[in-house]
Design a protein around this ligand. Structure first.
Ligand code: GDP
Ligand code: MG
Length: 445
């Protein structure tokens, strides 16, 4: 697959993590270093690499895995999430409108793979049920029209072109007129352009005139993946002149710089929609950052892991509610209650839905309460695991440390602890019965 080296590097790293007898700070730091090395070798920009590995290390050290999910699995999940973000995060879909001819303008410098990609994309669109027409608006390369015709003939896609004309914009407009004829209407019309100018400025100006004249529905920028990190500057330059709607990165087969091209492109905020991994007409695939990273890390494992994490989170909720009800409440459970209230939206919204309370609580009070809950959250996050499980050990010096760590006052910490004890006693007193009913009604029990 693409980026075999990166895949091998990351998998060796994961193996080390899984093989570690226990997870401590040094294991996490080693992991971050190994990931760093693998990404740098794949040509990812140093700054982006540091962003990813710092985040990875920070989250791996700080975040508690949901009960039931092992620390190791949780760290793999974090790695998966951070790498997906590096490559663009969410998937980008080709935005095609129904009931009209979608005009796609292909831009990019010469040799990036535009013409080949036009044919590949046409094939991909046919496979997905769209009718396609192609226009050749490259007037610089003598054999451009012939190249495109040869490629498209194999997939039975018509190519509009003019042998003698030198005006690319005129050809494009004539082509659009040609395909607007009732008998030749297409779902998608792809316009191939030239990118010959050695001087970038001239090319960008021509693209802009073309863009203004054609008013395309979508501009796809084709970038040669072997240029690595330079993809950033190229994507930025094109985007400044025409509104680039999506990017296709080519020649990722066997390119050691693929990681650089993909991450640099994603860093411009542009969406990578396809990647091309070979010269054959079928070597074009839709790009999905999450799926791509899944494959890098070992698809099957990751998918199962993510599903398990989700399921465990749900199960953990039930177990916790039951424990809280029984009166054996830890600080973690207390924190969980606060979180649950947070999840339901603002307190104000919550109160508005409880008959008898609606209208009784002043807005100022609600604001103060929400502020307090936020503060408590920080306080609890500053506690050690031991302190959370066994709050009786929290003495004056621990209170001082927790206050400092959470940026609050000692009085705040004491108040939070007092509230925790009150809640615990209340739960005990009610034996959970009434509260259970209330939580059920709120959809929590
Ligand atoms: P254009 O000048 O932008 O239209 O680029 P072309 O489509 O003519 O492609 C330039 C060269 O790159 C051709 O030899 C293509 O076969 C080659 N090429 C395009 N895409 C890929 C790819 O994904 N992998 C490889 N290995 N070669 C590619
Ligand atoms: Mg070409």
């Amino acid at each position: 697959m693409v980026l075999d080296n990166l895949k091998q590097g990351l998998r060796a790293t994961l193996k080390k993590l899984v093989g570690a007898s226990s997870i401590d700070e040094s294991v996490i730091k080693d992991l971050a270093k190994d990931v760093q090395r693998a990404l740098l070798q794949a040509d990812v920009n140093v700054r982006l690499v540091l962003d990813v590995t710092n985040k990875l290390q920070e989250r791996a050290l700080k975040e508690q895995p949901p009960p039931g999910l092992s620390r190791k699995d949780h760290i793999i999940k974090i790695l998966y999430e951070e790498l997906s973000k590096l490559l663009g995060g969410e998937d980008a879909k080709l935005p095609l409108k129904p009931d009209k001819s979608n005009i796609i303008l292909m831009v990019g410098i010469e040799g990036s793979g535009k013409t080949t990609t036009v044919a590949k994309l046409a094939k991909w669109l046919l496979k997905h049920g769209y009718s396609v027409g192609v226009i050749c608006a490259d007037t610089y390369r003598p054999a451009a029209l012939e190249q495109l015709r040869t490629l498209c003939k194999r997939i039975n896609v018509e190519v509009y072109g003019e042998e003698g004309t030198k005006d690319a914009i005129k050809i494009a407009l004539n082509g659009l007129a040609y395909y607007s004829h009732q008998s030749r209407l297409k779902d998608v019309i792809i316009i191939d352009t030239a990118g010959r100018h050695k001087e970038e400025k001239g090319l960008l100006e021509e693209m802009r005139s073309m863009y203004d004249a054609i008013n395309p529905d979508l501009v796809l920028l084709v970038i040669d993946g072997t240029i690595g990190q330079q993809a950033y500057a190229q994507a930025e330059a094109f985007n400044r002149n025409v509104k680039v709607g999506g990017i296709i990165v080519t020649k990722l087969d066997g390119s050691a710089k693929g990681g650089g091209a993909l991450s640099a492109t994603a860093a411009t905020g542009a969406r990578i929609m396809f990647i091309s991994t070979g010269e054959r007409i079928d070597d074009l695939e839709q790009f999905s950052p999450t799926r791509f990273v899944g494959r890098l890390l070992g698809m099957g494992d990751i998918k199962a892991l993510l599903e398990m994490a989700k399921q465990l989170e749900q199960e953990a909720d039930e177990v916790k509610v039951r424990r809280i009800m029984s009166g054996k409440m830890t600080i973690e459970d207390f924190y969980y209650q606060i979180e649950q209230v947070g999840k339901m939206g603002s307190l104000r919204a919550l109160f508005e839905h409880i008959p008898g309370i609606a209208g009784m609580v002043k807005d100022d009070d609600v604001d103060a309460m929400e502020e307090k809950m936020n503060r408590w959250r920080y306080i609890i996050q500053s506690m050690t695991k031991e302190e959370r499980a066994n709050p009786d050990i929290i003495n004056a010096s621990r209170i001082r440390r927790i206050a400092r760590g959470s940026g609050s006052s000692e009085r705040d910490v004491k108040e939070m602890l007092a509230q925790y004890h009150r809640s615990k006693d209340m739960m005990k007193a009610m034996k959970g019965r009434q509260m259970m009913g209330l939580l059920k009604r709120l959809g929590l029990g």
